[in-house]
Design a protein around this ligand. Structure first.
Ligand code: DLL
Length: 430
């Protein structure tokens, strides 16, 4: 089912007109109401009247995470504080958090784009949606909550954690849809196997908030016997609901009537043509509380405007290929953790639980890839572990072109996560 036929199947020329109208309004509004944007535009010598259509967006300045932190907490408000009905923030583990402030209309938009997300994966009002993303300042829990409610489904707002309870609630209430991070869905599957609980009746899962590979999707689909959909979003823009996969499960449709995407070269800031990989940039066309102009996400992907079999016409993005700040440079070679995951999860007798330990010795960088064996490999004393480790090192070399050290570790020895998984331990700064 297409939730919003009008916008999700809009002709390209009509979408451009819609985006142009919204952009002109937005620029006038922020110039008037947000000193931060007015100063940035004045520095570049740009007036709101210079922006006449969506193609003029390239004249506008970028906004970075640091910009947002500098004006914490209320510096980006484009409306009266009394009109804000809810706030969310990023975790703030690497500095001051960034703030997303929503008017009631913004919450309505958020519900709408998340309802589209669930509908894209075949969910409807008959479904029972278990939301195991964290509730609170993190946008995952409440974003999914608003969308599932708007869809008319029954919501189980269980939040993240307490995995045994997740399973009993799932069984007792007949959950059909699971929403959580991909790593947490595997943890739930693992607890089910341990407790010998058969997961029945789930049909789909909506997973995002952290990187995951195609191999991880296969693993989740097999273990939970569901269809697993990739959903993407970020606090600065609205939370989840920015882009998501349809039944084709190959690319993510961007809700471009609300969030205008561009791909830029991260070094030069120049806009790249469709199909070329670069940094994803978003402008919120309709947000009232904290609208953002040309936000540099640091996420790497490319755009595709070819028609999708599902009938939607919205521009699509490839699932994330990495982040500009997640990229490890090891002895001059760029390495993305997702490339490592893709290789590991295709191998037999290992679990989808791994960690990358990055260290520096004598001015040389090294990666140690720690990955769990499954019970079979662990108990099979005839196998020579170091041979298996060498084999995995060779497989990784074929993809990465650098040597890594692989260490097979005992089953269940790598920490599990209920929210975003922490895959990289970088000891180079210590
Ligand atoms: O993670 C919002 C969200 C919640 C998305 C639930 C999907 C589901 P933040 O905490 O601000 O917001 O983190 C945003 O997470 O810039 C990406 O680097 C990463 N990310 C989000 N979705 C995906 C995904 C939420 N599907 C940052 N695949 C983003 C890979 C993702 N990375």
């Amino acid at each position: 089912m297409i939730w919003n036929e009008k916008y999700e199947t809009m002709k390209s020329a009509d979408m451009k007109k819609h985006q142009s109208d919204k952009l002109v309004n937005l620029v006038n509004k922020v110039y008037d109401k947000v000193p931060f944007y007015r100063e940035k535009m004045d520095t570049l010598g740009i007036k709101p009247s210079d922006i006449k259509s969506i193609s003029d967006i390239v004249k506008l300045p970028f906004t970075s995470k640091d910009d947002m932190r500098e004006v914490y907490p209320y510096g980006l408000l484009a409306c009266d504080k009394k009109d804000i009905v809810e706030i969310h923030t990023s975790s703030g583990t690497t500095g001051k958090p960034v703030v997303d402030a929503y008017t009631s209309n913004d919450v309505e938009i958020w519900s709408e784009v998340m309802a589209r997300t669930f509908a894209m994966g075949g969910a409807n009002e008959d479904d029972v949606v278990q939301i195991a993303y964290g509730y609170g300042l993190f946008t995952g829990g409440l974003g999914a909550h608003y969308g599932a409610k708007k869809l008319g489904a029954m919501v189980i707002p269980i939040s993240a954690g307490n995995s045994k309870r997740q399973l009993s609630i799932m069984r007792d209430f007949g959950t059909t849809i699971l929403a959580c991070t991909p790593s947490y869905s595997l943890y739930i599957a693992e607890i089910a196997a341990e407790e010998k609980i058969e997961i029945k009746g789930l049909k789909a899962g909506f997973f995002g908030a952290e990187p995951w590979s195609e191999s991880m999707r296969k693993e989740i689909e097999e273990k939970l016997k569901i269809k697993a959909y990739d959903i993407y979003g970020l606090t600065e823009i609205i939370g989840p609901g920015v882009a998501s996969e349809c039944e084709c499960q190959d690319m993510l449709h961007i809700n471009e009537d609300h969030f205008y995407p561009e791909i830029i070269n991260p070094e030069t800031g120049k806009v790249l043509p469709d199909g070329e990989k670069g940094e994803l940039v978003f402008t919120t066309l309709t947000k009232e509380g904290t609208p953002i102009i040309r936000y540099r996400t640091r996420d790497i992907t490319y755009l595709d405007r070819s028609p999708c079999k599902c009938g939607r016409t919205t521009v699509r993005m490839h699932r994330l290929l990495g982040r500009t700040d997640d990229m490890l440079i090891i002895r001059g070679v760029n390495v993305f953790p997702s490339q490592i995951e893709e290789v590991l999860l295709k191998l037999e007798n290992i679990e989808p639980h791994y960690q990358l330990l990055v260290s520096r010795k004598d001015k040389m960088d090294f990666i140690e890839v720690q990955i769990e064996m499954n019970e079979k490999l662990f108990s099979d004393e005839m196998k020579n572990l170091s041979q298996t480790e060498k084999m995995i090192e060779q497989e990784l070399y074929k993809t990465l072109n650098i040597h890594t050290k692989v260490k097979l570790v005992e089953p269940k020895s790598i920490p599990r996560s209920e929210g975003k998984a922490k895959r990289i331990i970088d000891q180079r700064q210590i």
